[in-house]
Design a protein around this ligand. Structure first.
Ligand SMILES: NC(=O)c1ccc[n+]([C@@H]2O[C@H](COP(=O)([O-])OP(=O)(O)OC[C@H]3O[C@@H](n4cnc5c(N)ncnc54)[C@H](O)[C@@H]3O)[C@@H](O)[C@H]2O)c1
Ligand SMILES: CC(C)[C@H](C(=O)O)[C@@H](O)C(=O)O
Ligand SMILES: [Mg+2]
Length: 352
């Protein structure tokens, strides 16, 4: 029996995770689900954002489903020493799982173009996979400091780190349209020079069938929303990927439509890309689609059950057509949207 550890976390995390778990139980009733603490709520209970009992629970897990962590800008958690803050718990979790490749799909499903603020002909058919490096760059480098009027962080990458994430991007492109755009800032940064050199060398050595091009991150920030269909797979470093993926959420219409899968050495981590949304937390109006689709990615990549994953994707698309949530201009709240997904599952056979 596969074991999934759920980590609902803070803010809207528990609301959207409850929805995802409801759907997961429906399509994979044999999966054993075990809930544990992460983030601010874990700090409040155990004095640390990634407590030992949560670390222990990961040992036998086949996959991890996370909600969100973090508080409002004025949250007391933001006054803690950095290692005790909710976000540090999430980074430590990613590190502990060895999840170096974060897959962030950006899709406009057929018939849902009207949810996008882009003109319908720009939004139609968009299907981009952002592969974000997740364990390196400024997020993790130990060369960092704040001292009086000076502060710095360091963006450092090694060839093995670049190659392992680029491999995931090339592998993904092989199942898709065969195009990879590597995004960097090689006109300014040495670290990008190495990134570009290593991605190119790997393609030349092992993935000659893939079309590779390189673009600068500032230009991609413009092109991804003005001409999204130019992209198939995008591979980029940690911070650029964080920013570009929130920006790309504009294409389907909301952060609430952006799931993710983080893959690497062992059990995968599956989470919506959005945050704890303190402005709407506790109101029951969060869009749970990204969390539900993350459960779909868990079934696809973590438990190797593509039929169940497809079933979830179809049900979410049907629910979005019938009852969009408020962030998408509709009226559905978290519960009514989840109900619509559950109803759609009943009418959507588990094949395909
Ligand atoms: N993976 C994570 O756990 C994660 C990701 C991003 C931010 N954070 C944390 O979350 C906290 C809040 O960050 P923020 O406000 O910058 O970003 P956010 O993603 O929480 O919210 C940005 C905006 O999008 C809206 N939004 C986000 N998800 C939504 C959903 N599912 N349905 C409807 N609307 C949604 C919010 O209401 C808000 O207006 C911070 O502490 C931040 O560090 C955590
Ligand atoms: C909360 C934060 C650490 C996190 C990140 O920057 O990776 C978030 O923004 C995300 O996109 O998952
Ligand atoms: Mg982010």
């Amino acid at each position: 029996m596969p074991k999934v550890v759920t980590l609902p976390g803070d803010g809207i995390g528990p609301e959207v995770t409850a929805a995802a778990v409801q759907v997961l139980r429906e399509v994979a009733p044999d999966v054993q689900i075990e809930e544990h603490a992460i983030g601010g709520v874990a700090y409040d209970t155990y004095g640390e954002p990634f407590p030992q009992r949560t670390r222990d629970a990961l040992q036998g897990a086949d996959a991890v489903l996370l909600g969100t962590v973090g508080g409002a800008q004025d949250s007391v958690w933001n006054t803690l020493p950095r290692p005790l803050r909710p976000e540090s718990g999430l980074l430590a979790l990613r590190k502990a799982l060895g999840c170096y490749a974060n897959l962030r799909p950006v899709r406009v499903q057929p018939g849902l173009e009207h949810l996008s603020p882009l003109k319908a002909d720009l939004a139609r058919g968009v299907d981009i996979l952002i592969v974000r490096e997740l364990l390196g760059g400024v997020y993790f480098d130990g060369d960092r400091k704040i001292d009086g009027a000076t502060a710095y962080n360091t963006m450092r990458y090694t060839t093995p780190e670049v190659e392992r994430v680029a491999r995931v991007a090339f592998w993904a492109a092989e199942q898709r349209k065969g195009r990879v755009t590597s995004v960097d800032k090689a006109n300014v940064l040495e670290v990008s020079e190495l990134w570009r050199r290593d991605v190119t060398a790997l393609r030349d050595r092992e993935y000659r069938g893939i079309h590779l091009n390189h673009e600068y991150v500032d230009s991609v920030a413009m092109l991804i929303v003005s001409d999204p269909s130019r992209y198939d797979v995008i591979v980029t470093e940690n911070l650029f990927g964080d920013i570009l993926s929130d920006l790309a959420a504009v294409i389907p219409g909301s952060l609430g439509l952006m799931p993710s899968a983080s893959l690497g050495d062992g059990a995968g981590l599956f989470e919506p890309i959005h945050g704890s949304a303190p402005d709407i937390a506790g109101k029951g109006v969060a869009n749970p689609a990204a969390a539900i689709m993350s459960a779909g990615m868990l079934l696809r990549h973590g438990l190797k059950r593509p039929e169940a994953a497809n079933q979830i994707d179809r049900a979410v698309a049907l629910a979005l057509r019938a009852q969009p949530t408020r962030d998408l201009g509709g009226t559905a709240d978290t519960q009514s949207f989840t109900r619509a997904v559950m109803d759609a599952l009943e009418t959507s056979p588990a094949v395909g």
